[in-house]
Write a protein of this length. Structure first.
Length: 131
């Protein structure tokens, strides 16, 4: 249902992500809105890695509501507010995904709705529909 696309005529990904993911139909899709590093009690961890962990835990809850899990994620769009947060983000992200890792984009942005937020994560998930 899900296959990593890694053309040999492209440089290898410089981190743990796939250049592309092929999803074969029929599939169910879930798109999650951007999740910020705030837990259900309103706590925003100071550390970018800890915020990343909360982002993926929140996304996991959304997927669970659709009968999916992070194993179904095919694409991650992530945003950090400082280059220094790239490594903590990637280290935390990598703990959530088995092989093949999803396709991924990471951007540095000027900020979010609250100055304490350092990371935001959007995900797309697909699950094969069995006939």
């Amino acid at each position: 249902m899900r296959k990593a696309l890694t053309p040999t005529d492209l440089p290898a990904p410089f981190a743990r992500y796939s250049h592309g993911i092929e999803v074969t139909d029929p599939a169910r899709w879930v798109w999650c809105s951007g999740q910020l590093g705030m837990d259900d009690t309103g706590l925003i961890p100071e550390d970018a890695g800890a915020q990343t962990k909360v982002c993926f835990e929140n996304a996991s809850k959304i997927l669970s509501a659709a009968g999916m899990s992070l194993d179904d994620v095919v694409r991650v769009n992530a945003y950090v507010t400082d280059r220094a947060y790239m490594s903590p983000y990637m280290e935390a992200r990598d703990t959530f995904f088995s092989a093949p890792p999803p396709a991924s984009t990471l951007m540095i942005v000027g900020g979010f709705t609250h100055p304490d937020f350092k990371v935001e994560v959007e995900i797309v998930a697909a699950q094969q529909v069995l006939s």
